[in-house]
Design a protein around this ligand. Structure first.
Ligand code: ADP
Ligand code: MG
Ligand code: ZN
Length: 623
């Protein structure tokens, strides 16, 4: 819901330009003109005479030649008549009827029933119908009225979402401090593009905002324009994809043209995934010419302009994994900014922004509400405040009370649970212990990469929590002990769960897969197992490629060797689990304290973890 978003101001229609569309009208007018002229010539220049009179001329042998049309018969006279005419014209009469009538001395002539009206009806009415239909369609498609819409198929609708005076600022976006910090540099650049180019450096052209729905990506993009005080051109990826092939590409061209003319400015492409889906994958990829053309045009435009012009291209997506890799290449969207769901403190900040708009009772504490709403994104919180205000209004109260918030939270949680985004308390505790387990093992074992951040905020689709380790230096070589430590860190999550809760959970599946891979490599590629020896064994070819005579593929792997490899892999993993358990058993107090802190705070940074790391290092280290 975006109830706080001011409606975009109406924009003035573009000044009429001489576009190819106008040529069509010229052509149409010419055709009409010729047709009218033709009609004029045939019907009025030569006055038709009665048929019987025409026959008299014919019988008298005065005609040199005759031209027969579908409605008229034209005769050329041998000698001009008294009034100087050389041609005579008559309307046709059916031949039998003419023969019949000519027996009697009667004057007769054919009549063409109001030719003009007929023509008008048969030409103009369908034409008008077509035009009406066309106008109607183009009005719907182009979102512009009347013929203007018809003539400007292909004119970018980005124009419709152009704002010159954006009122949103970074203060309106809360709980995403890291993203804001990353975007600040681009804001400074937009404020003064010339000064930025002083030393020859140039800004990244494209910045991709990545994050789950409702975390404020769209809001953040507008806030950037507001902060920098530059025009904001926005368009949604799905709007590019049009009925007519080529229209999307024309839109892109137009969008960039407009933006370049009003630089410095921001171009914002929302829902980039609708447009930038990887090309040529999936069974249905054949029919996406239009999408592909549009995407290609976008890539070409991004490559084709100089970053120093002062145009920053922002895009947002919640599915970065499906984007065409070409979009992420250097010089395109090469800078990615993560806009994550807020942690507890972040949620309190978001609530403070939205609570300003409602009348609050004295008992409302943003921090207390934040504690009730783990897993809520910014949009959910905005929705929550609105929902609570509605409840209070319905109650007839003067101000929104804490009770309104508790009821509203329950309602929204029920909605979110349908999308499986809210975790039960015992699950959150298990996740906190798991992540803390990884972190403690990493902090204890010498030489393991330092822990940068731990979080129990679900990220992306799969992970429920995560521990970020930052390699302290680029590594090209890993020693056996380093790999053993890495294995122990990977198993630290499960070890913590088993140690404190007494039972394993499914949460470690990914860790186990990674650990097994490393252990397998240690045994079969790096020759690090004494039992198997320093021999390289090819990995078994994947089942997908299995030939009918399957066993032949396990070249050089006797049953016995295979068994020894399996045993050695297992020994490495088991040993890692035992080491992790030993580390954690000795530091169980630290583990539980840390997990509790993580449950409250939801994310712990390197600085937060410092005391914990020091305490962890004091104990013994299993060999
Ligand atoms: P997204 O584009 O990431 O899906 P939006 O920017 O459209 O999310 O967010 C929708 C609404 O939710 C915003 O207009 C705002 O009211 C609210 N909102 C979302 N995130 C935040 C935030 N970080 N701070 C303040 N309000 C937020
Ligand atoms: Mg959005
Ligand atoms: Zn884990």
């Amino acid at each position: 819901m975006s109830f706080d978003r001011p409606p975009a101001p109406p924009t003035t229609p573009p000044a009429p330009k001489w576009k190819p569309g106008n040529l069509w009208w010229l052509a149409l007018a010419l055709v009409a003109l010729f047709w009218m002229r033709d009609l004029w010539v045939t019907s009025s220049q030569v006055q038709p005479i009665p048929y019987s009179e025409f026959v008299r001329h014919l019988k008298a042998g005065q005609l040199e030649s005759i031209k027969i049309g579908s409605r008229f018969i034209e005769g050329k006279l041998k000698a001009p008549t008294a009034d100087g005419r050389t041609r005579i014209l008559t309307t046709r009469v059916a031949p039998e009827l003419a023969r019949e009538l000519s027996q009697y001395d009667v004057r007769f002539e054919g009549v063409v029933e109001s030719t003009l009206l007929n023509e008008l009806l048969s030409w103009v009415v369908p034409g008008l119908l077509l035009l009406t239909f066309w106008t109607f369609m183009s009005k719907r498609m182009a979102g512009q009225g009347g013929l203007g819409g018809l003539l400007s198929v292909g004119k970018s609708r980005a124009k419709l979402h152009s704002e010159t005076d954006v009122k949103v600022s970074f203060d309106d976006v809360a709980g995403v401090d890291e993203a804001k910090a990353e975007l600040r540099e681009s804001v400074e650049f937009l404020k003064n593009p010339k000064a930025y180019g002083r030393l020859g450096a140039h800004m990244p052209k494209g910045v991709l905002l990545v994050g789950p729905p409702g975390t404020g990506k769209t809001l953040l993009a507008r806030a950037m324009a507001g902060e920098a005080g530059v025009p904001f051109f926005s368009i949604t990826g799905s709007e590019f994809v049009e009925m007519f092939v080529g229209v999307g590409a024309a839109r892109v061209r137009d969008l960039f043209e407009q933006a370049r003319a009003s630089a410095p400015c921001i171009i914002f492409i929302d829902e980039l995934d609708a447009l930038g889906r990887a090309r040529g994958v999936g069974p249905l990829s054949g029919g996406h010419d239009e999408k592909e053309q549009t995407l290609n045009q976008l890539l070409a435009e991004m490559d084709g302009f100089d970053a120093s012009t002062g145009v920053v291209i922002l895009a947002a997506t919640n599915r970065p994994e499906i984007l065409d890799p070409a979009l992420l290449r250097a010089g395109r969207f090469d800078r990615q900014v993560l806009v994550d769901r807020p942690d507890r403190k972040g949620r309190a900040d978001v609530l403070r922004v939205h609570l300003k708009k409602v009348t609050l009772g004295a008992d409302i504490d943003p921090d207390a509400v934040a504690a009730l709403t783990p897993g809520f994104a910014g949009a959910d919180l905005a929705n929550l405040v609105n929902e609570a205000a509605l409840l209070a209004t319905r109650r007839g109260a003067d101000a929104v009370a804490m009770a309104d918030f508790t009821v509203a939270v329950e309602r929204i949680v029920a909605g979110l649970e349908r999308h499986q985004r809210v975790l039960a308390p015992h699950e959150r505790r298990a996740i906190a212990l798991h992540e803390m387990g990884h972190a403690l093992v990493a902090m204890t074992l010498p030489g393991a990469d330092p822990v940068h951040k731990i979080s129990i905020i679900p990220r992306g689709v799969g992970a429920l929590g995560y521990t970020l380790q930052r390699p302290s230096e680029d590594r090209y070589l890993a020693s056996r002990s380093e790999l053993r430590n890495r294995l122990a860190v990977l198993l630290g999550g499960r070890a913590a769960e088993v140690l404190v809760i007494g039972e394993a959970s499914t949460g470690a599946a990914d860790d186990l897969a990674k650990a097994t891979d490393i252990a397998h490599d240690m045994v079969t590629r790096f020759g690090m197992s004494a039992e198997v020896g320093q021999v390289v064994y090819e990995r078994q070819v994947s089942r997908f490629l299995d030939l009918p005579d399957g066993p032949g593929l396990e070249r050089g792997l006797s049953d016995d060797t295979a068994r020894r490899i399996d045993a050695a892999v297992r020994a490495f993993v088991d040993e890692a689990f035992a080491r992790a358990t030993a580390v954690l058993t000795e530091r169980r107090d630290l583990l539980e304290q840390g997990a509790t802190r993580l449950l409250v705070q939801e994310t712990l940074t390197e600085a937060d973890l410092l005391p914990l790391a020091e305490a962890a290092r004091k104990g013994s280290v299993p060999s």
